[in-house]
Ligand binder design. Sequence first.
Ligand code: SF4
Ligand code: SF4
Length: 117
Amino acid sequence: MIENKNQTVVNCNLCGICNLNCPIYSVLQKESAGPRFKAFLAKKKEHKDVFWLCTNCGACLQDCPARIDLCCLEIRRQMVAAGKELPANKSMRANFQKFNNPLGELKKGKKFTKYYT
Ligand code: SF4
Ligand code: SF4
């Protein structure tokens, strides 16, 4: 099991206030995608793929009465180090290393190149 360095999450009372302004929860409307469920998992030190479903906007921290920081970025770092990375993230990192671009090689003539020149 990955060690969870976030100490504050143990104070989560699962009130669910953090779900209210989470953009992921707003779009997916699933308890299993929201910050309350992430807090529930983090409390049990279970780091699952749902931690990749987070924009790191900080709305959950701002709204939480206990000021709990879910530390999704840190949890993701630990998941990468433990080899629990999503294929899409792996591919994005490889593209960054090779092309300095998360989307891969920029081809001349493609419409989006105008935004980078
Ligand atoms: S993280 Fe905060 S707002 Fe979210 S369920 Fe736990 S105590 Fe409530
Ligand atoms: S930081 Fe992540 S979990 Fe928290 S509100 Fe933003 S998207 Fe949702």
